[in-house]
Design a binder for this molecule. Structure first.
Ligand SMILES: Cc1cc2nc3c(=O)[nH]c(=O)nc-3n(C[C@H](O)[C@H](O)[C@H](O)COP(=O)(O)OP(=O)(O)OC[C@H]3O[C@@H](n4cnc5c(N)ncnc54)[C@H](O)[C@@H]3O)c2cc1C
Length: 306
């Protein structure tokens, strides 16, 4: 295991610690700001307008995951319905991303399905799209099942995320391509055991390229979500060499990271979408970002001393 992988695993372990969470919520809030567009929907919509002006599309995420009661899931569903309406009213270029556990997946699969379905139906009325983020591996199959069931019902304005670090990924991608599901392809952000996931970054990258290629070759619209130039440059070359046009895929990056590069990709004529979280439940999202890159932690620490 190299030092970056050790760092990532250590931070992901620490982030599950309740004492650390309490301290972070008390002292860390102002430092999370770089990664979060605001606390309210209106603040987020204002920020979307600013990014749209630079040619950057958005996927808007109302922060929240791992809820304990179904009434919290109902409240999140209502917030997402407002969010979908808000995007349509303001006529901004944004779809939405949500987490299945935020909608109750860990508590009751049927309730979760109905919560997500209500949001997808509302989005369909506005000709918009819903992305179901992928969480840790105990939820992979259930998340895929939800998406396939919605598609079977004719609700095709919904897609999900596939994580290149999972051993099962290639088979999942083949099945989802068959069903014409729009996928976001990522490396994967959770702490997973070697029984289910590749542990070496080189293996993850190799698998990542394999599933991107599968997707692009089949001509199913693909979102490649990475800040890694090894991936971005490879996609640009592969698409160029194989006559894959720029409207067949989009790049995605997180809000607060490589913002100038996001604008530059738009200027080069690539479709680029920024994942923009807002809300007050920022802690789990934030610690995954810190775990991804020592530079992100360094940025927070150096801000503390300014
Ligand atoms: C839009 C989006 C949505 C996502 N959704 C999910 C999801 O649903 N489920 C999930 O498990 N994960 C999700 N992720 C997270 C993803 O799985 C990875 O954990 C995360 O993107 C880090 O991997 P990376 O490929 O971006 O680059 P990293 O592995 O973090 O970095 C690799 C290299 O990229 C370059 N790099 C990275 N960041 C920067 C920077 N800020 N500036 C300059 N160079 C940089 C550096 O050279 C670095 O060494 C999402 C990521 C994005 C961008």
């Amino acid at each position: 295991m190299d030092h970056i992988e050790l760092y990532r695993k250590t931070l992901l372990s620490i982030s599950g610690n309740q004492i650390v969470e309490k301290l972070a919520l008390k002292y860390g809030k102002k430092f999370a700001g770089k990664f979060i567009a605001g606390h309210t929907l209106n603040e987020a919509l204002d920020e979307i307008e600013r990014l749209n002006d630079k040619g950057i599309m958005v996927t808007l995420d109302h922060l929240g995951e791992g809820i304990l009661h179904l009434n919290e899931a109902a409240a999140y569903r209502e917030e997402y319905l407002r969010l979908v309406d808000g995007i349509a009213e303001r006529k901004v270029s944004s779809n939405v991303s949500l987490k299945p556990t935020q909608m109750g997946l860990a508590l009751d699969k049927k309730v979760c399905y109905n919560n997500i379905r209500a949001i997808v139906v509302q989005a369909q009325k506005h000709h918009n799209f819903v992305r179901i983020d992928m969480e840790d591996s105990p939820f992979t199959q259930a998340t895929i099942d939800i998406v396939l069931r919605l598609h079977a019902e004719g609700l095709t304005n919904v897609g999900t995320v596939i994580q290149a670090y999972l051993h099962r990924t290639e088979e999942d991608v083949k099945q989802l391509i068959e069903a014409q599901v729009n996928l976001r392809l990522v490396k994967g952000a959770y702490k997973e055991p070697s029984s289910v996931a590749y542990q070496q970054m080189s293996e993850v990258i190799e698998n990542y390229k394999r599933v991107i290629q599968l997707h692009l070759d089949k001509g199913v619209y693909t979102a490649i979500a990475s800040h890694d130039d090894r991936i971005i440059n490879w996609v640009k070359s592969y698409a160029g060499e194989n006559g894959i046009t720029k409207d067949a895929f989009e790049f995605q990056m997180l809000y607060g990271l490589r913002m100038n590069d996001q604008a530059d990709l738009a200027k080069e004529g690539f479709r680029i979408r920024c994942y923009m979280p807002y809300g007050t439940m920022w802690y789990p999202y934030y610690t995954r970002r810190l775990a991804e890159k020592p530079a992100n932690l360094w940025m927070v620490l150096s801000n503390m001393f300014k």
